[in-house]
Design a protein around this ligand. Structure first.
Ligand SMILES: [Zn+2]
Length: 326
């Protein structure tokens, strides 16, 4: 049977998956039009996942979505954000350089909005193995905390960083403690994004900053790859934000926007390279060990263009915001 986006029964999903209907995360409407069918292009796990666009407010999101128990297997050891740095053989130094660059880019962004010292409190939501926090600690000796729903507390990075294991919005955190809360590619994975923003509001100091980076649906790389766009990242991604829906979502949850950036710390090149691979492989999954050499070679080739990535709306977006003054 052909996949028919209008008929979820034709999606041929494994019986072990449980799906749940969701209302729009922004306006609770249940009226939508179909956007695309996404697959797990990175690892090639089976499944067809539908993304829709709300007819009332324009937000795009997965619907029905895979329930939390079913989605867990998609966050296993293959998940790139959780890989330990020693997994890459002789290319480990190059991989480390790229990962460190990613953390340096994050630091560059947040440093424009806050001054850091020993008394600064940072919380990174969806921190994975905590490399950003470790970088900030090394650079500024600030006090660092991280939270992730995968238990990564045994990782050596957490010897001097507080680690909270669990769902962010359900975690007991001190009120008004943090000067900076960061969500680097967290919110688009979230099953309770409104609750996470409420939790951030509660945990942030009155003059603190919340920095949120997500993929950008109305970007060049989405136009290029559509349902094979790496930003779909089905089924982990629950929401696909464009610029308007992203700003509206943040503003309607008690935050005011300090700055909107049409880029992020995450390298746009990853989306260009992986999108091309995903298009070629049509859902069969990418062998990361085989693509790491072409990956870095392509990056070198494209480096003259990538110098301008902050101006080209290639793939990412970041919002820096603060609590709304009442
Ligand atoms: Zn809506």
């Amino acid at each position: 049977m052909e996949l028919d986006i209008n008929n979820f029964k034709t999606f041929q999903n494994p019986k072990a998956y449980t799906f749940e209907e969701v209302a729009c995360y922004q306006c609770q409407s249940r009226s939508f039009s179909n956007l695309l069918i996404g697959q797990d292009d990175l690892t090639g796990r089976k499944g067809n996942f539908r993304y829709v666009t709300c007819k009332d407010c324009g937000l795009s999101y997965q619907n029905p979505r895979l329930d939390l128990d079913s989605v867990k297997e998609f966050y296993d050891n293959d998940y790139i954000a959780h890989r330990k740095k020693t997994d890459w053989g002789i290319l480990t130094p190059l991989y480390e350089w790229a990962m460190n660059k990613h953390d340096r880019e994050k630091q560059k962004i947040v440093s424009r909005y806050l001054k850091f010292n020993e008394s600064t409190e940072i919380l990174d939501v969806g921190c994975a193995v905590g490399t950003f926090l470790a970088h900030m600690k090394k650079k500024h000796n600030c006090s660092a905390s991280g939270i992730d729903f995968v238990d990564l507390s045994a990782h050596p990075n957490f010897s001097n960083i507080n680690f909270y294991n669990g769902v962010f919005s359900e975690t007991q955190l001190p009120r008004a403690k943090f000067d900076l809360i960061t969500m680097w590619h967290f919110l688009e994975h979230d099953y309770k994004p409104a609750e996470s923003l409420a939790k951030s509001y509660e945990a942030l100091k009155p003059d603190g900053r919340l920095v949120i980076e997500v993929p950008r649906l109305d970007s060049f790389s989405y136009e290029l790859f559509k349902e094979r766009w790496p930003g779909v990242q089905a089924p982990q991604h629950t929401i696909l934000f464009n610029k308007n829906t992203f700003m509206k979502f943040i503003e309607s949850h008690n935050f005011e926007i300090v700055d909107y950036l049409p880029y992020g710390a995450f390298p746009s090149y990853f989306y260009l390279f992986m999108g091309a691979k995903f298009k070629k492989l049509q859902g069969r999954g990418v062998d990361l060990n085989k693509v790491i050499v072409p990956y870095f070679a392509g990056q070198l080739l494209l480096s003259p263009i990538l110098l301008f990535e902050k101006y080209l709306n290639l793939s990412m977006q970041t919002i820096v915001c603060r609590k709304k003054s009442s």
